[in-house]
Design a protein. Structure first.
Length: 156
């Protein structure tokens, strides 16, 4: 592959996830790529307390709405910053498990590259917790560029 028309950058609102923006923008500048910023809200954790209720209480509905509004604002802020730097940027919000949401978005949006951060866990911790990055890397139909957490990030 000699060009990346669409670069997907999954963000979770953390500074670690945002570390993927630097290599993504560098590649986007070189190839004239569109950047797609994605936030996946894990629907299983958002709905867990309501599984036994016929209709969730108003405060749960309001909390969900508040979370969605915060996520939209976060993505809009990131989009505006990249627009100011001259990039073509779209934002997407998906409800799914993180790895599933990233993979489905990459496929439906015909993404040429996924650039994402990873915690860089290894050994037992990686086995016990699983890794979104591992799942994406193993199942993606397009190349995946992983940006590892540095020692400096780890100590923050």
């Amino acid at each position: 592959m000699d060009e990346f028309k669409r670069i997907l950058v999954p963000l979770d609102g953390s500074p670690l996830a945002e570390r993927a923006l630097r290599p993504a923008t560098s590649l986007a500048r070189k190839f004239g790529s569109e950047i797609i910023l994605l936030r996946v809200l894990d629907v299983s954790t958002l709905t867990l307390p309501t599984w036994h209720l016929e209709a969730p209480p108003n405060w749960i509905v309001e909390a969900h709405e508040h979370i969605h509004e915060e996520v939209k604002n976060y993505l809009k802020t990131q989009q505006d910053q990249l627009h100011q730097q001259g990039f073509e940027v779209r934002t997407l919000l998906r409800g799914a498990s993180p790895a599933e949401g990233i993979l489905e978005t990459a496929e439906t949006q015909e993404v040429d590259l996924i650039v994402m951060s990873t915690h860089g866990r290894s050994g037992l911790t990686r086995w016990a917790l699983g890794s979104v990055a591992d799942k994406v890397m193993c199942h993606s139909q397009c190349p995946v560029l992983l940006v590892r957490q540095t020692e400096e990030d780890h100590n923050k």
